[in-house]
Every structure is written in C-alpha cells, then in structure tokens.
Design a binder for this molecule. Structure first.
Ligand SMILES: Cc1ncc(COP(=O)(O)O)c(C=O)c1O
Length: 460
C-alpha cells in the first residue's frame, strides 16, 4: 500500500468492500474519493473538478447541489422521521408520491408499490407476477424472458434476469430454469449484413415468438425490458422493435414489464422510455431519478387489472405477504415528491428537450474519432462503442480493456464517463445540464478518446 496510514484512501481500503471493483487492484491504486458536488460537477478530495457525465449511476437528475431536496429531507425528518406502511397505515409523503406517480405514469398504470431500489422493484415484480398467475389458476405460467446484456439489478432474482455474465459468474446463478434471454436489440452489433432496422426488429420479434412457442405459451409469464438498455452498453432499440414485440406478447398473454429504472423521469426526452418507444406496460419498475438519487427509493407501478387480481388473492389469504421495512419511507418519499415538484415547476422536460439536439449532435460527432465504431443515443443518454477496426467492427482483446482506458482518460481530463460491457463507454449527465456544459463535456470526451487512442496504439 502506498498511502499514508491516516489518509482517507488507506481507511477506505481497510474497511470498505467496493461493488464492481477488482478488489486487489483497488488495494494498490486506491479509490477516487468524491468529496462535494455543485450542479453537474463533482470535486475529488484534492479539489479537482469533474463533469459527472453519468449523473452518478444514471441517477442524479438534478445535479449535486439542489437545496430544495436537502430542505425537504430536513423538514420531513423533523416532523416524522419514520413510519411504516404495513397493515392499513400510511404517511402523507407516500400518499402524495403514489398519487403523483400514477398521474404521470404511462397508461394503463394505476397503482404504486414502494421499494428501496431498482433491484427490489424487479424482485417484487417477479414475486407478484408469480402470485398473480397462481391467483389466475395458471401455476405453470411462470417463465420470464429478458434480453442478453440487460441490466435489471443484482439481487438473486434480479440477477437471474440481468443478461450480463459478470452478474452470475462465481455467484451460483442461475439457480432456476425460469429465466430465458433473447438477442440484444443492437442493430450495430447484432444486425446482419445489409439488414434494415425494421427487418432486424422483425427477426427479434420472431425470435421471441419462437421461444414462447417452444417453451409453451402456458408457461411464459412476462417479458422484461429496459426501453433503452443502459448498463449493458446504452443499446437503443431499432425502429418498430417494441411495437412488434408487444404484438407477440399480447398474442400469448405475456405481461410486458418496462424497467424504467434508468429511462424513467425524462431521460429519453419524455417522462418515460415507454412513451418514447410506444410501450404499454402492465408493470413499470422505477427508482434512481425518482428522487434524483438523493435518498434511496423506488416503486413498482402496476395496471388496475394486475392490481385487481392481487387484491382478490390477498383477500383469500388474509394479507398480501410482501413488503419492506423502508417501503414508502416518509423522508425518502418527501424527497421524491419534492423532486417531482421541481421537475414540474422548472419544466425539466422542456429543458431536456431543448438541450437534446445539441447533446445528440455532439455525441454523434464522436463517431469521427478513430476509436469509435458507433455513437448512439436518445434524449440525454448515449454511448460510444470502441473498436479496433471501424470497417470490420473488430474489437480490442478483452485484456486491452479498451473501454476502461477511455474511462481513465476521461478521468484524467476531468470527465466521469462509464466503461460498459461490449467495450462501450456511456454518457448520461444530470438532466439540468446546460448547452455550454454539454460542450465542455464533449470537449473533454474528445480529449479522452484521443488520449486513449494514443495509449491503445499497438494493443491486442
Ligand atoms: C435498468 C435497471 N434496472 C435495475 C437496476 C438495479 O437498480 P439498483 O442498483 O437500485 O438495485 C438498475 C441499476 O443500474 C438498472 O439500470
């Protein structure tokens, strides 16, 4: 260890286990310690500034210094710091939050079930889908279809749905044969030579139909999808994809679950990714930007039809045996309500729509950089896919860690961007980002790509 024994880094290494980190590498290199934030910027413990180009983990929509959220938390903490919502109890912030969520949710959503994270929202969706089909007298209808490179969380059930090997390797997953994965809707990577986006979408919808028929439609309960696959590499679906997929799902009575944990609350230029892509979900999972991530809170939103089946079944059993100590936590709910108020009062959606054309133009311009095979995105989210050869789309060997090299050069240039699977590098700034901050962000991104291109010269 190269750190002074009393330094923050040494203490961190001594006591913290870091998610998504090579722990041995971490011990020699030490963490980037972020000490404070201001708008879209964060500052490390040496005072160096970074544009937070991923809004933390795709979540701090209102940036890092929104005083109204701190005040909302303080007010609620002083008034009523905790009360639960089990067994016919509630609290005012949770009630207001449910009302607001249902009012703004994509149809036919009508009810909200509170959780504390995206993974919990997904786990809850799965348990309730199984409960729902038992209640409907269809105990066989339990299988779930997701996509490869999907990220739906990391708990045991959500980890089964996540279609990324790192979420399973070494963790004894999968444990159950209830989860199936189909092709990632990446036209760039998975489209065939000369295949149009529409033809690609036809092929993927047919793949899902073929799988449902092979498994037996009476055994398939739900299809779970992020409108834009975020952590799997910001994969934007090809045109007509969801329209065609939903036609198949309807035909076989398979529920559509939209995982809006990243896309929800304005990220794609509409309140929901479901609106952007014409999805009519039976269930919606959301978290992250629900509270601008200032406090952990999420929700599973459901249609009236789905709720009605749960309600009848709970009457039969005498209770809905499902809930969390911190569900509808009044302080987290108060912060989420304040977040939604700010979205409305400051017309965040109008702001996002104003900045998007410039953001997307600067993003697409990155395709001109030597390392970039594709620059893709929608709204205020995007990624570049790093390739060794633009023509053949050949990638660097995994040992070259090309996306991580770009990420490291971003950090050097004062920009936080996120290396993702498939050698993609994601960008997803706070929604409050201004046009001039978009320019600064992409100036730094270009510098990072140039620096990385130098560093990767001769790499395998
Ligand atoms: C689409 C999606 N679903 C679910 C999750 C899991 O959320 P959490 O990390 O809050 O459990 C994530 C996390 O990034 C996500 O991106």
């Amino acid at each position: 260890m190269t750190f002074a024994p009393n330094s923050l880094h040494a203490r961190d290494i001594a006591y913290t286990v870091h998610p998504y980190t090579d722990l041995r590498l971490h011990e020699t290199k030490g963490p980037l310690v972020i000490s404070r934030g201001e708008g879209v910027r964060v500052f490390d413990d040496d005072g160096k500034d970074y544009i937070e180009g991923v809004a933390g983990l795709w979540c701090t929509s209102l940036g890092f210094s929104e005083p109204r959220l701190a005040e909302a938390a303080k007010r609620q903490m002083e008034r009523m710091p905790y009360t639960h919502i089990f067994g016919h109890r509630s609290n005012e912030p949770a009630i207001e939050l449910a009302e607001r969520l249902v009012r703004m949710a994509p149809p036919p959503i009508a009810k909200a079930f509170f959780v504390n994270s995206g993974s919990e929202a997904i786990d809850t969706a799965l348990k309730l889908i199984w409960y729902y089909n038992n209640a409907r007298g269809r105990p066989e209808k339990k299988r779930i279809i997701a996509r490869r490179r999907a990220y739906h969380g990391i708990t045991i059930a959500a980890g089964h749905l996540t279609g990324l090997p790192y979420a399973r390797t070494g963790f004894d997953l999968p444990m159950a044969e209830r989860f199936f994965h189909v092709t990632t809707p990446s036209h760039y990577r998975d489209g065939l030579e000369g295949e149009s986006e529409e033809a690609f979408a036809d092929r993927l919808a047919l793949e899902i139909e073929t799988l449902i028929r092979a498994l037996g439609p009476e055994t398939v309960a739900a299809f779970v999808a992020e409108p834009v696959q975020g952590a799997g590499g910001v994969v934007v679906p090809p045109t007509t994809y969801f329209e065609k997929v939903q036609r198949v799902l309807k035909k076989y009575d398979v529920l559509m679950v939209a995982d809006e944990v990243i896309c929800g609350f304005g990220r794609t230029g509409n309140w929901w990714g479901s609106e952007t892509y014409g999805i009519q979900p039976d269930l919606v999972t959301c978290a992250k930007q629900l509270s601008s991530a200032y406090l952990p809170i999420g929700a599973l939103l459901m249609s009236e039809d789905f709720y009605g089946v749960l309600a009848d079944q709970s009457a039969k059993y005498g209770t809905l045996g499902m809930g969390y100590t911190y569900a509808g936590h009044p302080v987290a709910a108060a912060v989420a309500v304040e977040t939604l108020r700010i979205y409305e009062e400051d017309d965040i959606l109008g702001h996002v729509r104003g900045v998007v054309p410039h953001f997307q133009a600067r993003l697409k311009k990155l395709a001109g950089e030597g390392l970039v095979g594709e620059a893709r995105g929608v709204g205020l989210i995007g990624a570049v896919e790093i390739v060794k050869d633009k023509k053949t789309k050949a990638q660097y060997a995994p040992s070259s860690k090309a996306a991580a090299v770009v990420g490291a050069h971003g950090q050097k240039n004062g920009l936080i961007i996120r290396p993702l699977p498939g050698d993609s590098v994601g960008v997803c700034p706070p929604l409050i980002v201004s046009e001039s901050e978009v320019d600064e962000l992409f100036d730094r991104f270009e510098a990072a790509l140039k620096g990385a291109a130098e560093a990767l010269k001769g790499a395998a």
